[in-house]
Design a protein around this ligand. Structure first.
Ligand SMILES: *[C@@H]1O[C@H](CO)[C@@H](O)[C@H](O)[C@H]1NC(C)=O
Ligand SMILES: *[C@@H]1O[C@H](CO)[C@@H](O)[C@H](O)[C@H]1NC(C)=O
Length: 403
């Protein structure tokens, strides 16, 4: 009997007695009773029920595997460049694996991610706190004036546990090369060769925030309250929001949705492109945030397209006017990138009016938005108060227009 069974198994389970209906011979003696359609169908192809169940479970497991596939693509040294790009500098260098100081958990070359991917990336980032590091940049280690030196002391004094790093033109280039040349040589190329240095300076803050995280702030800012207290204070009494779930903090610098106070003419003459604007002279983020990845990709693609549209196709001939600078690497593109991310992560269109007139922090996805007075007090518009509730003050120097 045992050997019969074995043979039957090898021959095929359909002839194995244990899979047969109890009395198959008897069934032929009387007319087949009318059966429900599924069992007719099953008996027709003679699939035993157990096999159907096993098959179904296999298919189910396969789909569960597919569902988790994006999370498994946790590969080091992925590039920002969308696949299929064919820039002159994009793929001409050999891509070797490096050990950057931070490996973003999910970096995919595609620009758009599904909401599920964004949420799982945000969840991944929220496992770690904000790095305790302050970044500033200046041409050399000699700050422009005593005032800047005094302001810098406020960052040290109020944040004694934070590491501080001032990147000079020289060390910033090293930073960019060390962190990006292996994976994104085109970024390094842009950073090195853009003739208008404001573009490189803008790019640099996104690269720092993306790769290292922590706080980036322009050299003309002054700290008013310890950085570690910002998120809690801004969240205030917001219900159901966990401090750890915030992965990036974005400050508003323009909130002029109220047309009765701010006419279209006012907005136009003040040189803004929208009535809500997020500032990019300070960025507080955890490393690897999707907003920064998108921003860097988007800046890179825009400049690449502009170079291609030039007759000389030379980066040395790229010249932007003030509006174009704001649009290419500055707050216009930054604002647009953030708004798009918020729509994607929340899963609906979040209108400008939802940011209007906020007095406390507002959270969309893993982004904490600060009202104007927190980072940008005393600007004389947007309902910004003065210093009392502010976390920092920006002493606008606008040095960039001169360079
Ligand atoms: C970047 O890396 C490539 C080799 O991968 C090298 O040829 C090039 O000189 C590097 N660029 C800089 C600025 O170091
Ligand atoms: C900047 O250049 C763009 C495109 O050439 C042009 O439309 C715009 O009026 C210019 N803006 C200023 C402020 O010169």
């Amino acid at each position: 009997m045992a050997t019969d069974l074995r043979r039957d198994i090898f021959r095929g389970i359909y002839t194995n007695p244990i899979y047969r209906t109890p009395h198959p011979e008897k069934d032929t003696s009387h007319k087949p009773t009318p059966q429900s359609p599924p069992s007719t169908w099953l008996s027709c192809i003679r699939l035993p029920r157990r096999q159907v169940i096993i098959g179904f479970l296999n298919v189910l497991l396969f789909f569960i595997f597919l569902w988790h596939l994006p999370l498994l693509r946790n590969l080091p040294a992925r590039s920002f460049l969308p696949s299929g790009g064919s820039g002159p500098y994009a793929y001409s260098f050999p891509h070797t694996a490096v050990q950057p100081d931070f490996l973003p958990s999910v970096i995919s070359p595609s620009t758009k991610k599904s909401r599920r991917q964004l949420l799982s990336l945000a969840k991944e980032l929220s496992k770690n706190p904000f790095p305790q590091k302050i970044w500033q940049t200046w041409k050399t280690i000699n700050l422009p004036d005593d005032e800047s030196f005094t302001r810098r002391q406020t960052w040290h004094a109020l944040n004694p546990t934070h590491e501080y790093e001032l990147l000079t033109d020289k060390s910033a280039l090293e930073y960019v090369i060390n962190n990006f040349n292996t994976t994104d040589p085109y970024i390094v190329y842009l950073y090195q060769h853009l003739p208008q240095r404001i573009l490189a300076a803008d790019l640099l803050r996104y690269l720092i925030a993306y790769k290292s995280g922590g706080l980036y702030s322009d050299i003309d800012t002054e700290c008013k309250r310890p950085i570690d207290t910002w998120v809690c204070q801004a969240l205030g009494n917001l219900p159901n929001i966990n401090k750890a779930d915030i992965n990036i903090v974005v400050g508003m610098e323009l909130d002029v949705m109220d047309k009765s106070k701010y006419s279209d003419k006012w907005v136009l003459e003040a040189g803004f492109s929208q009535r809500i604007q997020f500032l990019q002279w300070t960025i507080y983020s955890k490393p690897g945030h999707e907003i920064l990845r998108r921003m860097i990709t988007s800046v890179q693609e825009a400049i690449r397209a502009d170079i291609q549209s030039l007759e000389s196709k030379s980066i040395g001939d790229v010249k932007y006017n003030d509006t174009q600078v704001l649009d290419t690497t500055g707050p216009f593109r930054w604002t647009q990138t953030i708004l798009e991310y918020v729509n994607d992560v929340v899963g609906r269109k979040v209108g400008h009016e939802e940011f209007a007139g906020i007095k406390e922090g507002k959270v969309f996805g893993d982004v904490l938005f600060l009202p104007v007075n927190r980072w940008s007090p005393g600007v004389g518009h947007s309902g910004a108060g003065d210093d009392e509730t502010s976390f920092m003050v920006h002493h606008f120097k606008s040095t960039w227009r001169e360079s």
